[in-house]
Design a protein around this ligand. Structure first.
Ligand code: MN
Length: 311
């Protein structure tokens, strides 16, 4: 049995369901939600009830796995910006012996599978992930190999046994604890990159493409990393400033989201849950305006015009 493994908090319910639906549509992977109740990370009791209710009503097979926080562990789970603390669960899982022998396929809830999919790395090395541009600073500061190796941790294939032979939890959490001294910008992703330092197998771009890199019939996994979240750019007008490929990628997400909602049509309770949680995720019109036009964000007249034509 192969799994698509997620960690999430209640705010990510809507994109998680859309992502799971796309996984179910294009693969045989079973959805797995990792929780760490010991550390207070993951979905709340109510969030978990909502998530499993909707997965059931969509006929999506799932598992919920609790990660046990190692005894005497004294982790704090630093957060930055709007990133949810629950993302630390994925790293706790890598050192958890219940996953030994597994090829863990980790997905963030902001990814979408767009076509038939099977795991691309059957003989996964310790870890396979996509090296991404824009991190030359870290690559040179941390004395890794030359060239581009800093990877994005939104899509990772990990051979858990090999991982645990290669790295220790103590080493990893020590790096996390030193995040300030090490001057990390993206605390979770920098921590794992600092540990692995370029020794991962490279995952082809089509298995983790950002929206601006989206290519029809080529891209298998779109990752709505950073600000270009389809649920943020929910208003057609706010999308007009995005590059053409990003707009196409966002449309892919819309079409899967619509298909998913159609599958729920006879289930008013699920729709209510999703509508409520998507309200949490949708920024106000003011915020959308600011995102789109930062230079004129404080002009009340132009905001008024924007608000009028956005309706
Ligand atoms: Mn992401």
């Amino acid at each position: 049995m192969e799994f698509a493994t997620y960690t999430l908090d209640d705010n990510y319910l809507y994109p998680f369901i859309v992502s799971s639906f796309s996984v179910r549509k294009h693969s045989n992977l079973v959805i797995r939600i990792l929780q760490c109740p010991d550390a207070g990370l993951g979905l709340t009791e109510n969030g978990l009830k909502n998530a499993t209710h909707i997965l059931k009503s969509l006929d999506i097979p799932y598992e919920v796995v609790n990660i046990v926080l190692p005894k005497n562990s004294n982790h704090d789970f630093p957060i930055w910006d709007r990133f949810p603390a629950s993302t630390w669960i994925r790293f706790l899982a890598l050192f958890d012996s219940q996953f030994l022998g597994e090829k863990m396929f980790y997905l963030e809830p902001d990814v979408l599978l767009t076509s038939e999919f099977s795991l691309p790395v059957h003989e996964a090395k310790v870890i396979s992930a996509r090296a991404v541009p824009g991190h030359q600073d870290e690559e040179s500061r941390w004395n890794g190999p030359s060239g581009n190796w800093y990877f994005n941790c939104g899509v990772m294939f990990v051979n858990v046994s090999k991982w645990q032979e290669s790295y220790s939890a103590a080493e990893f959490w020590q790096i996390v604890a030193n995040h300030k001294i090490l001057n990390f910008r993206i605390i979770d992703q920098d921590s794992i990159n600092y540990l692995v330092k370029g020794r991962q197998e490279s995952l082809p771009i089509e298995f983790n493409s950002f929206p601006s890199e989206y290519e029809e019939n080529v891209t298998r996994v779109i990752h709505f990393a950073g600000g270009a979240k389809p649920w943020i750019y929910s208003n057609g007008l706010t999308r007009t400033k995005l590059p053409k490929q990003s707009r196409k990628a966002l449309k892919e997400w819309d079409s899967i989201a619509r298909e998913m909602m159609n599958n729920l049509r006879d289930n008013e309770h699920s729709i209510e849950i999703l509508t409520k949680s998507s309200k949490v995720l949708k920024p106000s019109l003011r915020r959308q305006f600011t995102l789109m036009f930062p230079k004129i964000a404080n002009n009340p007249f132009l905001y008024g015009v924007f608000r009028a034509i956005s309706k």
